[in-house]
Design a binder for this molecule. Structure first.
Ligand code: F6P
Length: 556
C-alpha cells in the first residue's frame, strides 16, 4: 500500500482543501436551507448534527473515499470477528463481545468466548444483587453502604464516568468512591469518609500488578485489618476484578470473590467487562445491562449502516479533516451536563492512549499528524474558562457539544438556560461577527468614533469554528452506552486511517520502568549521580529534604 499522504484519496483531499479552506460556514448555511437535514444523522434517541463543519458534499464524498481506501469496513469486520488486530501484543480486540446481546458466537482461537462472557455477567448479577439487597453482609453483620473501586486508567475511568453520569439511578443507601492516584491523599481522604464494617473494596486491575493500584490496595487492606484485626474478615470486604486470578488470591481474596476477564479486552475498553462491577453494585445489574445494550446498538449501527450514514465513521473523518488538513492540534469535548463532567477524562485515555502513536503498523515513522490532544469540561463552566480561546484564539479547535433534551432534575428553567447556552456557543462559533456587524452594533449603541476605532478589532469574531452537536433525549444507561461506544469506534476508524495500532501503549510502559529505578534512589540517603543532571539534582534535592528530619504522616 502507498504511504497515506501519497494515496489518491489523500491527494484529492489536499487539493480540495486548497479550494475550500477559506469558505465561511455562514455562506454554506445561506446557500443551503436544508443544510441541517443534509448533514445530520440519528440513531435511536441520539441526533448527531454535523452541519456546523467546514464541509460540503464534495468534502464528505472525498472523506468517504479515504475511508474506503483505508479498508475501514474490512478492518471493522476483522475486529468484530476476533482477528488478532492488536499486532504488537498479538491479541484480539473484542470488547464488542462483552456487549454482544445476540445469540451469535464470537471466536478467539476457534473457541467461542460468549459462554465465558455470559457466565461472568451471571456472577456479577448474583453478587451485585446480594450486596444491594443487604443479603451480603460485612464481617459483623452490617449491610454494605460504601463501595470503593481501587484501580487506575481503564480500571477507573470507565466505571467512574458512568457512576457519576448515572448517579440519579443509584441506590439511595449506597455510595461509590474511586481511588486511583498513588498520592496517599486520594486513599486517605476516601478512608475518612467510610467505615470498615460497611465498606466493600473492589480491586480492579487487569494485570493485578499495576504499582499504583497494588499499593492502594495493600494500604486499604492494612487500614482495614488495623481496625478489624481479623484476616478472615477480608473475604467479606475485598473482591477483585482481574485477568490474573492467581495474584488476586495471593493478595488474600477468596477465589469465589474474583471476577474474571480476558487479555482480548484492552484496559481502556474494559468497562464493559467485570471491570464494571462497581457500576453493577452502585447502579444495579439491570442498568449495567442497559448500558451494554446501548453499546451493542451502536456496534450494530457501526457494522450495518453505510459509511455515509455511519455516526462514528463521520465523526472520525471530520476529525481527520481538521487534524491533517487544517492542522488542528487538539479536540475539545464539552458535555452540557454536569453528570458528564468526567467524560473528557475518560475520552482522554480512550483517544490519546489509543492514537498517540508515531509509528505505523509496518514499523515506519509516520509523516502526518496522528491523534489530537483531547480536552474539555462541562458547559457552562468551560464558557467562563477557556471558551475565549476557542472563539478568538489563534488555533482551530474542533469541538463536540453533547446535551440531553430533557434533564433528570426538576428546575426546568435551568435546563432551558443550559440548552440555550449550548446552542448559543455552537452558533457563535460558526457565525462569528465580522467588522461591518461590529461597527453597526457599536454605532447603534452610541459609542463615539474614537472608542470604536480602538475597540472594534477586539470585538470581531472570525467565526467558522467547527463543531458537532450531539443531542440525546435523556442521559439514560442505554444512551450513555451508545455514546461511549460511538467514541470507541470513532477512535478505531481514525487509527485505521492513520495506519497505526490503536491497541497497545508502549509509551506508558517506559515511564513505569523508569519510575521503578528512581524509586530505588529515593529509598536511600546516598547522593545519586547515575541519571542525567536534572534528574540527579531533583532526586538529591528531595532526599535532602526528606532525610533531614522533615516528618511524613504515613499509614505504615
Ligand atoms: O495506562 C496504562 C494501562 O496499562 C492502561 O491501559 C490500563 O487501563 C491501566 O494501565 C491499568 O492497568 P491495570 O488494569 O492492569 O491495573
Amino acid at each position: 500500500m502507498k504511504n497515506l499522504t501519497e494515496s489518491s484519496a489523500w491527494l484529492a483531499l489536499k487539493e480540495h482543501f486548497n479550494e475550500v479552506k477559506d469558505v465561511h460556514m455562514k455562506d454554506l448555511f445561506a446557500e443551503d436551507s436544508e443544510r441541517f437535514e443534509n448533514f445530520s444523522v440519528s440513531l435511536n434517541d441520539i441526533l448527531f448534527d454535523y452541519s456546523k463543519n467546514r464541509i460540503n458534499e464534495n468534502t464528505m464524498a472525498l472523506l468517504f473515499d479515504l475511508a474506503r481506501q483505508s479498508h475501514i469496513e474490512q478492518w471493522r469486520d476483522k475486529m468484530f470477528s476476533g482477528e488478532a488486530i492488536n499486532i504488537t501484543e498479538k491479541r484480539s480486540v473484542l470488547h464488542t463481545a462483552l456487549r454482544n446481546r445476540s445469540s451469535q458466537s464470537v471466536n478467539v482461537d476457534n473457541q467461542d468466548v460468549m459462554p465465558k462472557v455470559k457466565s461472568v455477567l451471571k456472577q456479577m448479577r448474583a453478587f451485585s444483587d446480594q450486596v444491594r439487597s443487604g443479603q451480603w453482609r460485612g464481617y459483623n453483620g452490617h449491610r454494605i453502604k460504601s463501595v470503593v473501586n481501587i484501580g487506575i486508567g481503564g480500571s477507573d475511568l470507565g466505571p467512574h464516568v458512568i457512576c457519576d453520569a448515572l448517579k440519579s439511578y443509584a441506590q439511595h443507601d449506597l455510595n461509590a468512591y474511586f481511588v486511583s492516584n498513588v498520592d496517599s491523599s486520594h486513599l486517605l481522604e476516601t478512608l475518612k469518609q467510610i467505615d470498615p464494617e460497611t465498606t466493600l473494596f473492589i480491586i480492579a486491575s487487569k494485570t493485578f500488578t499495576t504499582q499504583e493500584t497494588m499499593l492502594n490496595a495493600f494500604s486499604a487492606r492494612k487500614w482495614f485489618l488495623d481496625q478489624v484485626g481479623d484476616e478472615k474478615a477480608i473475604e467479606k470486604h475485598f473482591v477483585a476484578v482481574t485477568t490474573n486470578i492467581e495474584l488476586a488470591t495471593e493478595f488474600g481474596i477468596n477465589k469465589a470473590n474474583t471476577f474474571a476477564f480476558w487479555d482480548w479486552v484492552g484496559g481502556r475498553y474494559s468497562l464493559w467487562s467485570a471491570i464494571g462491577l462497581t457500576i453493577a453494585v452502585y447502579l444495579g445489574m439491570d442498568h449495567f445491562e442497559a448500558l451494554l445494550e446501548g453499546a451493542d446498538e451502536m456496534d450494530q449501527h457501526f457494522q450495518d449502516v453505510p459509511l455515509e450514514e455511519n455516526i462514528p465513521v463521520i465523526m472520525a473523518l471530520l476529525g481527520v479533516w481538521y487534524n491533517n488538513f487544517f492542522a488542528a492540534k487538539s479536540y475539545a469535548v464539552i458535555p452540557y451536563s454536569q453528570y458528564l463532567d468526567r467524560l473528557p477524562a475518560f475520552l482522554q485515555q480512550l483517544d490519546m492512549e489509543s492514537n498517540g502513536k508515531t509509528v505505523d503498523r509496518n514499523g515506519q515513522r509516520v509523516n502526518y499528524q496522528t491523534g489530537p490532544i483531547i480536552w474539555g469540561q462541562a458547559g457552562t463552566n468551560g464558557q467562563h474558562a477557556f471558551f475565549q480561546l476557542i472563539h478568538q484564539g489563534s488555533q482551530l479547535i474542533p469541538t463536540d457539544f453533547l446535551i440531553p433534551a430533557l434533564s433528570h432534575q426538576a428546575l426546568s428553567t435551568h435546563h432551558r438556560v443550559l440548552f440555550s447556552n449550548c446552542l448559543a456557543q455552537t452558533k457563535a462559533l460558526m457565525l462569528g461577527k465580522n467588522h461591518a456587524e461590529v461597527l453597526a452594533e457599536m454605532k447603534q449603541q452610541g459609542i463615539d468614533e474614537q472608542t470604536i476605532e480602538n475597540i472594534l478589532p477586539h470585538r470581531v469574531f472570525e467565526g467558522n469554528k467547527p463543531s458537532n452537536t450531539i443531542v440525546f433525549e435523556r442521559l439514560t444507561p442505554k444512551t450513555l452506552g451508545s455514546i461511549l461506544a460511538m467514541y470507541e469506534h470513532k477512535v478505531f476508524v481514525q487509527g485505521i486511517i492513520w495506519n497505526i495500532n490503536s491497541f497497545d501503549q508502549w509509551g506508558v510502559e517506559y515511564g513505569k520502568v523508569l519510575a521503578g529505578q528512581i524509586l530505588v534512589d529515593l529509598s536511600q540517603e546516598a547522593k545519586v549521580d547515575n541519571h542525567d543532571s536534572s534528574t540527579n539534582g531533583l532526586i538529591n534535592h528531595r532526599n535532602n529534604i526528606y532525610y533531614n528530619g522533615r516528618e511524613e504522616t504515613t499509614l505504615d
